[in-house]
Design a protein around this ligand. Structure first.
Ligand code: ADP
Length: 218
C-alpha cells in the first residue's frame, strides 16, 4: 500500500518537501493556515486544506493519526510548531519529523518525542562551507558529531593503485563504500579495484580519519 504523508506548513521548506513527495508519486496531504499557500499546492498535493494545526479538532477531523508520516514545517512560529507536535504525539501519529529553528527549539522537540528533528539551514550551511574549503570535496553528509560521508575526486596520486595497495582502511580507518565512474557506480568495491583519476570516491568514517586521509593523499 502507498505510504501516506501529511505536510504541515507550506513555506519554502515544507513546500519543497510537499513537491518532492508528490513528484515521487506519494500520497500527500498539504496543510497550511494561509489560504494562498494552500491554493498554490492544490494541484501538486493529493489534497490541500486550510487549517490551524494548533487546534486539536482540526487535526482530528483530518484523520491525522492514520497517516504514516507527518512533517511539521512551520517556520518562525516556534510555539505553533511545538503545540502542533504535542497534539500529533497525543493523537498517536506513528512518525513525526519536525523542522527546528534553533537549538532551544530542537531541545523542546526532542523532549516531547518528535521522531526526527531537522535543521535544514544549519546543515546546508555546514555542507556548503565544507565544499568551499576543500577543492576535492564534492559533497558531505554529517552522520553524527564525529562521523561523516564525503564524496571526493580521486587525484593522480591515487590513480592506478588498487584499494588494497593504497591500504586506505588500515591506514586511515575509513571505508570507500562506492566509486562513481562516469555513468557507472561501483557499490562496495573489491579490494582489487583500481582507482582512476577523476573517480568519485564515496567515503565513510570518523571526521578525524577523513581529515588525515585528505591531508596525506591530497
Ligand atoms: P520557511 O522558512 O520554510 O519558508 P515559513 O515560516 O515561511 O517557513 O512558513 C511556514 C508556514 O507554516 C507558513 O506558510 C505558515 O502559514 C504556516 N503555519 C504557521 N503556523 C501554522 C499553524 N498553526 N497551522 C498551520 N500552518 C501554519
Amino acid at each position: 500500500m502507498k505510504k501516506e504523508f501529511a505536510v504541515i506548513g507550506l513555506g519554502r521548506f515544507g513546500g519543497s518537501i510537499c513537491q518532492t513527495l508528490s513528484d515521487q508519486g506519494m500520497e500527500v496531504l498539504a496543510i497550511d493556515m494561509d489560504e494562498d499557500k494552500v491554493n498554490q499546492y492544490a494541484n501538486i498535493a493529493s489534497h490541500a486544506v486550510v487549517g490551524d494545526t494548533t487546534d486539536e479538532m482540526v487535526l482530528k477531523s483530518l484523520g491525522i493519526r492514520n497517516f504514516d508520516h507527518v512533517i511539521v514545517a512551520i517556520g518562525d512560529n516556534i510555539q505553533a510548531s511545538i503545540l502542533t507536535t504535542i497534539i500529533l504525539k497525543e493523537l498517536g501519529v506513528k512518525k513525526i519529523t519536525v523542522k527546528a529553528q534553533n537549538d532551544y527549539h530542537e531541545k523542546v522537540l526532542s523532549k516531547i518525542g518528535a521522531d526526527k528533528i531537522v535543521h535544514p539551514e544549519r546543515d546546508m550551511g555546514k555542507r556548503i562551507a565544507n565544499n568551499i574549503i576543500s577543492n576535492s570535496v564534492l559533497d558531505y553528509l554529517e552522520l553524527s558529531d564525529e562521523h561523516s560521508i564525503i564524496e571526493v575526486i580521486a587525484n593522480s596520486r591515487m590513480a592506478g593503485y588498487s584499494l588494497i595497495e593504497l591500504d586506505i582502511r588500515a591506514k586511515y580507518g575509513i571505508n570507500i563504500v562506492a566509486i562513481k565512474r562516469e555513468k557507472e557506480i561501483i557499490v562496495s568495491p573489491q579490494a582489487s579495484e583500481l582507482i582512476q583519476e577523476g573517480d568519485i570516491l564515496i567515503i565513510i568514517g570518523a571526521d578525524s580519519d577523513i581529515d588525515r586521509f585528505q591531508t596525506k593523499l591530497y
